[in-house]
Design a binder for this molecule. Structure first.
Ligand code: URP
Ligand code: ZN
Ligand code: ZN
Length: 454
């Protein structure tokens, strides 16, 4: 064997049990109660530690052209940070250019990821901007290439109309794709932004005020209605509002395949952050909502109505956030979080808010299952050896100085976590060791995802 991790407590999406785990050629080769007789190049003693599958962050924006600039983490910097937070796979977004075939949007970002030196494995989702001609039919070629998830934005200047969204859902059903949606009501956002601006209300609070609960809730309901009418699957990204949670719960109860993702920032912060002196740093879309929405998200997690946790990692440097110090319209939308997701959710598990199995289900097992990523998402024989060793006794306070992203600030500054990852392995290779990135630029491979049954 190449590696044996002994005496740890293995956590899967279902159970926790004491066992050893053996790795050969990047794969989990054996799991057993005593593998000490098996020769191995390297043996790691995990007594008192948890052994978990690496997290899969299903929503990141690395080197992402957005808000008049480009997000500040390259594929290398972002995935270096991911590894140091126990995330061994990221699903990043490639947005289609106008006139571009969807598969070409994949190849373009694949080349960029290689050039920038992606350090852990990654998959891609394709943001659809241009449905003209037969571009939507190029979905099939993208799926054959290994990308089976696509996203529509109901907002932003590149967002699509309801009619295009509907056509995208039809094509997804035809070709076996999964559609993700950023749901906010664009008309309402534009109306409220203009209204507040004309009244001179330009502080970061008005970012939230122009995208309040009902602006997201209405769009969630509308998006779900289209998916239900076609009886096709839909994945709602960064769900942040109570009405949306209720719509998801109702659709699931009715038997529809509606998935919901939320992010740690919605579970931890509320709209109050936009009143802070540094409120601009928290500006992301959708914005954090009121306490009722946060409570609804946690309840939905416990009920099983939230399927995944992802970060929507999209950091901008302080100087860029400062563009909108006195005018929220100029703040690039997005925050850092790629290194914080797994530690945050596992700390919640350590505190008894959820179980460790639930954290694994939300952060690893479900994203792999939903996006057709067959080699990942669980500690079981034959899967990639993407493994995190977690010390439940190690307390950790987040400071930008102990993060590994290129971002020069973090909304998570000062967060106290109970328990922390101490080692991360990507396909059996140690990439993070006690505070340090020890991986390799360019180690990451693109993960090909299976199409859905159709
Ligand atoms: O504010 C955000 N979320 N920025 C990234 C783009 C998006 O909407 O996901
Ligand atoms: Zn979005
Ligand atoms: Zn996003």
């Amino acid at each position: 064997m190449d590696l044996i991790i002994k005496n740890g407590t293995i956590v899967t999406e279902k159970e926790m049990f004491k066992a050893d785990i053996a790795v050969k050629d990047g794969k989990i080769a054996l799991i057993g109660t005593d593998l000490s007789d098996i020769p191995a190049e390297k043996v790691v003693d995990a007594t008192g530690k948890l052994v978990l599958p690496g997290a899969i962050d299903a929503h990141t924006h690395l080197s992402f052209p957005f808000g008049g600039t480009v997000s500040s983490d390259s594929y290398f910097a972002g995935t270096r940070a991911a590894a140091c937070g126990g995330t061994t796979t990221v699903f990043d977004y490639t947005n289609q250019n106008f006139g571009e075939k969807l598969v070409d949007a994949v190849k373009r970002r694949e080349a960029q990821a290689a050039e920038e030196g992606v350090a852990v494995d990654y998959g891609l989702h394709i943001g659809i901007k241009d449905p003209s001609g037969d571009l939507l039919d190029s979905m099939q070629e993208a799926i054959e290439y290994g990308v089976s998830s696509f996203k529509v934005f109901m907002v932003y200047d590149f967002g699509v109309s309801d009619g295009v969204f509907y056509k995208v859902l039809e094509k997804a059903k035809q070709y076996g794709a999964l559609i993700a949606v950023h749901a906010e009501n664009n008309e309402m956002v534009n109306l409220l932004v203009e209204r507040y601006a004309s009244e001179g209300k330009l502080s970061p609070w008005y970012h939230y005020a122009s995208r309040p609960e009902f602006v997201e809730g209405e769009a969630d309901r509308r998006a779900i209605a289209w998916a239900k009418s076609l009886n096709t699957a839909l994945y709602i990204v960064h769900l942040a509002d109570k009405e949306g949670v209720e719509a998801v719960t109702q659709a699931k109860d009715e038997g529809y395949e509606i998935y919901a993702e939320t992010c740690p920032q919605y579970l931890h912060f509320t709209d109050e952050v936009f009143k802070r002196e540094d409120g601009r740093n928290f500006v992301c879309s959708p914005p954090m909502k009121g306490q009722e929405s946060q409570d609804a998200l946690w309840e939905a997690i416990k009920r099983g109505d939230i399927d995944t946790i992802a970060t929507d990692h999209c950091p901008f440097q302080q100087s860029e956030k400062d563009w909108g110090k006195d005018d929220f319209r100029k703040i690039p939308n997005g925050c850092a979080g790629i290194e914080n997701m797994y530690p945050y959710m596992l700390s919640k598990a350590n505190d008894g808010v959820i179980t460790f199995q639930k954290a694994v289900e939300l952060c690893s097992f479900n994203p792999a299952r939903i996006f057709g990523c067959e080699d990942k998402g669980s500690l079981s024989v034959g899967k990639d050896a993407d493994i995190v060793i977690y010390d439940p006794e190690k307390n950790f306070t987040v400071h930008n100085s102990n993060m590994h992203s290129d971002s020069d600030h973090t909304i998570w500054e000062g967060l106290e976590l109970h328990g922390y990852p101490i080692q991360t392995y990507s396909r059996g290779r140690l990439v993070y060791d006690n505070g340090e990135f020890v991986g390799e630029k360019g180690w990451g491979k693109m993960v090909k995802c299976a199409a859905r049954a159709h």
